[in-house]
Design a protein. Structure first.
Length: 173
């Protein structure tokens, strides 16, 4: 848990690294029909719009955060709104642990093997927030009903950066 806390602090304080793609990779091209939208290369336009209705998400673009998503997770974007949805786990809690919770919507279907956790949050210049999801532990190291960290979501768009950095960090516990 201490390693994860140190990682979160480093991630939150790290300067943005948008000047060059990592490992010499080619820069991502803008979103083409049917291809995932790279949030760093093709950030949402500025502005403030209402949260999308449930029906709007089916027409949204698949989004690619800064790090690969954990198995069972998907990301979609509509205007400046990002929806992260992760399923097929026994989730116990979901919440904003740092930063502004304004306009953030959280859903949790728990107590089932096919449960899900969902975050809907705006991606706007100046935003910084960290969200977490816990799950019910099912291994021999944890007592029945005990919770453990499943993953952390970090979203930041420091003033002056061309776009947001979104990362979903899966716990190794």
């Amino acid at each position: 848990m201490k390693r994860l806390a140190a990682l979160l602090i480093a991630l939150a304080l790290a300067p943005s690294a948008r000047s060059a793609p990592p490992n010499g990779a080619a820069a991502a091209r803008p979103n083409a029909a049917g291809s995932p939208r790279d949030l760093a290369a093709d950030p949402p336009a500025g502005g403030t719009t209402p949260m999308p209705a449930r029906s709007e998400w089916s027409g949204g673009s698949e989004a690619t955060p800064a790090r690969p998503l954990p198995t069972g997770c998907e990301a979609r974007i509509v205007r400046e709104w990002l929806r992260l949805r992760c399923g097929k786990r026994r989730f116990a809690s979901v919440g904003v642990i740092s930063g502004d919770a304004k306009d953030v919507a959280l859903w949790l279907e728990s107590g089932k093997d096919e449960g899900f956790a969902e975050f809907i949050l705006p991606l706007r210049a100046g935003d910084r927030r960290i969200l977490q999801v816990t799950e019910l532990a099912t291994d021999a190291l944890h007592a029945s009903g005990q919770q453990r960290l499943a993953f952390i979501v970090s979203e930041q768009w420091p003033a002056g950066d061309p776009g947001p950095t979104v990362a979903v960090l899966q716990s190794s516990s």
